[in-house]
Design a protein around this ligand. Structure first.
Ligand SMILES: Nc1nc2c(c(=O)[nH]1)N[C@H]1C(S)=C(S)[C@@H](COP(=O)(O)OP(=O)(O)OC[C@H]3O[C@@H](n4cnc5c(=O)[nH]c(N)nc54)[C@H](O)[C@@H]3O)O[C@H]1N2
Ligand SMILES: Nc1nc2c(c(=O)[nH]1)N[C@H]1C(S)=C(S)[C@@H](COP(=O)(O)OP(=O)(O)OC[C@H]3O[C@@H](n4cnc5c(=O)[nH]c(N)nc54)[C@H](O)[C@@H]3O)O[C@H]1N2
Ligand code: SF4
Ligand SMILES: [Mo]
Length: 658
């Protein structure tokens, strides 16, 4: 017997560390540290040196490698053949797209093409796609904003613009009112600031119809009726006027103080609080907190996504303005930081001949005439899953002559494409980023090589430009585009590309305080108080006793789940609102436009008129909130009334009623 010999093969592992910024639609724009072993990313961590990130990432990005290396990722251009898709070369895909778009433009005019870009990647170089479609057309674009349209409209009406203070200013606040935000889930890097303020003695109050983890951080949680915020704010205003707690000089910076007072006094305190479904104590408590400020109101975006959303945000602006909690350290009504402000995007002129309203996209595509919408280019968005009335959006896309979708995955939207173009992920992104939650600006840079057959949004639109006579207009490598966007304001102030490539920096042009000295961006420099009530919010009925709230969940970024969620959709309700369905059992959730099988979860801490589901779903897997939600606008700002849909929960044995 020969002697057994063991062979040891030493494989050397090359470990590399690379940094980038997170390009997701999130207020944090984190610094990400990627560890690579032999060219593959094995770990993602938060950058300790990034002043906002402080060394931790959220759940969804911690889990991002599941998506980066998912077997479902699209790795080659795909062309529809019959009912399926076939991989093709880039040349074949782009030749077909150019030929079809040129033909449709020649036959029906450029307005028959719709360009839709959403928030899949927040980098500014992605605006090159908008630029291309202006030059190629201009084509039809979108108007309104599914996300924050109503709230932005409110702040522009009241203060002339929207902007917010650095989070560090929260340390100056004695009171922080978190009005409709789940900080734990959707703004996790504000938590250290809130905890620091709390440790220093600041009182935190949550005003949110939903019970969620952020309630644990707060000393007080008021749980109004969904959409009851306007009424609650009016009750608060009444108390402020009655107790003489309106700032004695408020007339110096507010217009329409009398009109606002008349609005607040148009109903009794008990009536306003009844409307908000809270005791009078709630209005008194909040009035006291505004009075003994400085008080910062962190206005959530959810409140705007209502039939009375614009009016509700205006009411909060007014509470801040009349109590003097604006333009002072610790006193502010923070909606969002104007992310785009320091970037020069003037190459996009906004000259679309026609605009379709984003929240009504499906029905407006179907209704468009002279010319009809024949072709649609969708990038960085999943409108079928994320716009209300998913089935109409899907039908609208399925009935077009030609649809192109640029994405990493075969989404509910991409399923309706004629051509799908695979693009880079957040770890392969090469772009310029700002933030709507803080003032740091920076660049994302690929931390890993992208798969060979994947192209960035910029390269894709350049390939199309080459085939449509616009090559020179779209020319330039990504650094040239970054320079162009920095040239106007940031670079002269020191935020040059070379500087940002060293790491993010605070926007040197950002003010330290918004509305300093209570000077506003309105034409006369004064805050404009509201004088009219918005339309009423939806109210549950005997037929539909629950309001569907489809809000951010920890494990997904809109429809991008880090791991495929288990079907069916989980709906959380108070046990007494479960229609006799046991905790963990199946039921059916029905609205005026659809129904779906759901798994019911009981939670005694929820209101009895609320049904809670995650905001991003999957239509094809029968778990998409937007299949139940009608496409309706918020009162103002062309936002969507996403959180005003009435539903009912029924046992599976009950016959469907629609
Ligand atoms: N994990 C995660 N984080 C995200 C996202 C995500 O999908 N997942 N999305 C990102 C995006 S696109 C955005 S715009 C932001 C979203 O930011 P937000 O919309 O602020 O995020 P949510 O945490 O969904 O908060 C909505 C809150 O509004 C509350 N709400 C609903 N109706 C009412 C009401 O009538 N009155 C009051 N007072 N509150 C109400 C909900 O209970 C919820 O707590 O977050 C970003 N962050
Ligand atoms: N019911 C309900 N609906 C909602 C909301 C809600 O709270 N409830 N929230 C609303 C809000 S706040 C928002 S902002 C919208 C979000 O709506 P969308 O922006 O449509 O959301 P996502 O599902 O994140 O879709 C982004 C897509 O971009 C892709 N992507 C990622 N990176 C890139 C890239 O670099 N380039 C390209 N081309 N694609 C990329 C992703 O794979 C994903 O499919 O949803 C809205 N819809
Ligand atoms: S999604 Fe937001 S919190 Fe998560 S890593 Fe990206 S920027 Fe940070
Ligand atoms: Mo959003």
């Amino acid at each position: 017997m020969g002697s057994a010999r063991l062979f040891f093969v030493t494989i050397e592992t090359t470990t590399t560390i690379r940094k980038t910024l997170c390009n997701r639609d999130c207020p944090d724009t984190c610094g990400i540290i990627a560890t690579l072993e032999n060219g593959r990313v094995t770990q993602l961590q938060g950058d300790k040196e990034h002043p906002v990130t402080r060394g931790f990432l959220c759940h969804r990005t911690n889990q991002f490698l599941n998506l980066q290396y998912s077997p479902d990722r699209i790795l080659s251009p795909l062309i529809r053949r019959g009912s399926g898709f076939e991989p093709v070369s880039w040349a074949e895909a782009m030749d077909l797209i150019a030929e079809r778009l040129l033909a449709i433009r020649a036959e029906s005019g450029a307005a028959s093409i719709l360009h839709y870009r959403s928030a899949g990647g927040m980098g500014f170089v992605k605006h090159a796609t908008s630029y291309f479609f202006e030059l190629f057309g201009p084509v039809t674009d979108k108007q309104g904003d599914i996300c924050s349209g109503a709230g932005e409209w409110a702040q522009i009406s009241d203060f002339g613009d929207y902007d917010a203070n650095d989070a560090s200013d929260l340390l100056h606040a004695k009171e922080i009112l978190i009005w409709g935000r789940n900080i734990h889930v959707s703004w996790p890097h504000l938590l250290p600031e809130l905890r620091a303020a709390k440790a220093a003695g600041t009182q935190l109050t949550l005003i949110d119809p939903v019970h969620h983890r952020t309630a644990e951080l707060c000393q007080r949680h008021w749980q109004p009726r969904p959409g009851g915020d306007f009424a609650l704010a009016m009750g608060v205003a009444r108390v402020l006027f009655e107790r003489g707690w309106v700032h004695p000089d408020a007339g110096q910076w507010c217009d329409h103080l009398d009109g606002f007072r008349a609005l607040a006094e148009s109903r009794s305190l008990a009536e306003w609080c009844g409307e908000a479904d809270l005791p009078v104590d709630a209005a008194e408590d909040l009035a006291q907190r505004l009075h003994q400020g400085p008080t910062t109101i962190l206005v959530g975006w959810g409140m705007g996504r209502k039939l009375n959303g614009g009016g509700s945000v205006r009411a909060l602006d007014a509470l801040g303005a009349i109590t003097g909690n604006v333009g002072i350290p610790g006193g502010s009504v923070n909606f969002e930081i104007k992310r785009r402000r320091p970037f020069d995007l003037s190459f996009v002129r906004g000259n679309a001949p026609r605009r379709l309203t984003e929240p009504l996209l499906g029905q407006e595509i179907l209704a468009a005439k002279d010319p009809p919408i024949r072709a649609v280019w969708i990038t960085a968005g999943n409108p079928v899953a994320m716009l209300p009335d998913s089935r109409t959006t899907a039908h609208a896309l399925a009935t077009r002559d030609f649809v192109v979708v640029v994405d990493n995955f075969l989404t509910d939207t991409a399923e309706h494409a004629h051509v799908i173009l695979p693009t880079t992920t957040l770890l392969e992104d090469d772009d310029l980023l700002g933030s709507y939650g803080h003032h740091y600006v920076g660049v994302s840079q690929p931390v890993v090589e992208r798969p060979p057959n994947v192209r960035s949004d910029l390269e894709i639109i350049q390939m199309l430009a080459e085939r449509t006579g616009l090559a020179s207009e779209l020319a330039g490598d990504v650094r040239t585009w970054k320079r162009r966007i920095l040239a106007g304001k940031l670079a002269p102030a020191g935020a040059t590309l070379e500087r940002l490539e060293q790491g993010p920096m605070r926007n040197p042009l950002a003010t330290t305080m918004v509305w300093k000295d209570r000077r506003f961006a309105t034409p006369n420099g004064r805050a404009q108080l509201m004088r009219e009530a918005p339309p009423p919010a939806a109210r549950p009925t005997a037929e539909f006793p629950l309001l569907l709230l489809s809000v951010s969940s920890e494990k997904s970024q809109a429809s991008q789940w880090s791991r495929t969620p288990e079907a069916p959709l989980v709906v959380t309700v108070h046990p007494l609102a479960a229609c006799g369905i046991a905790d963990g059992a199946l039921g059916r959730l029905e609205s005026a436009i659809g129904s779906m099988t759901v798994r019911v979860r009981h939670d005694v801490q929820q209101r009895r008129d609320v049904a809670l589901v995650p905001k991003g779903g999957s239509l094809r897997r029968g778990m998409c909130a937007n299949a139940l939600i009608r496409a309706r606008l918020s009162d103002q700002g062309m936002g969507a009334a996403l959180y005003d849909e009435l539903v009912r929960l029924v046992p599976l044995t009950a016959p469907p009623q629609n």
